[in-house]
Design a protein. Sequence first.
Length: 339
Amino acid sequence: DAVKLWIQQNGATVAGNKVEVILKDDAGTPETTRRLAQELVVNDKVNVLAGFGLTPLALATVPIAAQAKIPEVVMAAATSSITEQSPWVVRAGFTLPQVTVPLADWAAKNNIKKVVTLVTDYGPGIDAETAFKTRFSQAGGQVLAELRVPLRNPDFAPFLQRVRDANPDAVFVFVPSGVGSVFMKQFAERGLDKGGIKLIGTGDVTDDDIMNDMGDVALGVITSFHYSAAHPSPANKAYVDAFRKLNGMRPNFHSLGGYDGMRMIYKALETTKGNTDGEALMNAMKGQSFESPRGPVTIDAATRDPVQNVYMRKVEKVNGELWNVEFATVPNVKDPMHK
């Protein structure tokens, strides 16, 4: 939807080239992703591979982009190590450690001393768990238990029971986009919201496009993230309004990864004056700086990952809707995993 919006706003021609998006649904299976990427390269002769909702899908495509010598623009997947797999990978979104470290700092400074971590058991979840524990422990906090929930068909109830038994000051949560409402429902059913255990997490758990389905159990939840649909900038207000008008819903962070991913491809084509050579495009994406609806972004030329603000947010009700309202900014955060 965000890709559609970008093209609608910026036209389908860049530096004399017609831009054509070929959309394929990989149904979240790495084998399918790999096959489709191969077909796009061989049959459709694409110049860029982009998208990738989950880490395993982005990783499945790395060898194909590398062999074809074309950019792989990761719009969503957020495991730190993806860009380290190949010099042909560049990221438009964010990494989990990048948005986790500021939250660990905040927790340590705000009277949270004991935490249980509860994450989905795959790349970004393990990244989040590691980043949180490392930083929180350095700041004098204690992680009582590290719980990992399966990626497929997650049932949080038994894990939440273990959280309750451990009786921490807070539970730190990472779940992939879209699973947050299931988690919140079970969090409330288990009475954790009433039991004095704070819920803190990265912004995936209070995902903007499903926030209002969660109900008031989400109120007061503290998260850290690189994007909120409530971000108070003119660029973001224009983005949210345009997105709603075109797609009938509120944009979330994945939409922004798609929108800024298209921006990076367009800007690269402008820089190369329409030369679609893979290496030329890749070089033109490194070091890009732009004002995004999320705030200022620079693509680090060395790591090919975004350097960006991370915001502390609290779920509040504004005009009858739930929003992630920002209350503090940590500027120019790099991925802490990249040396």
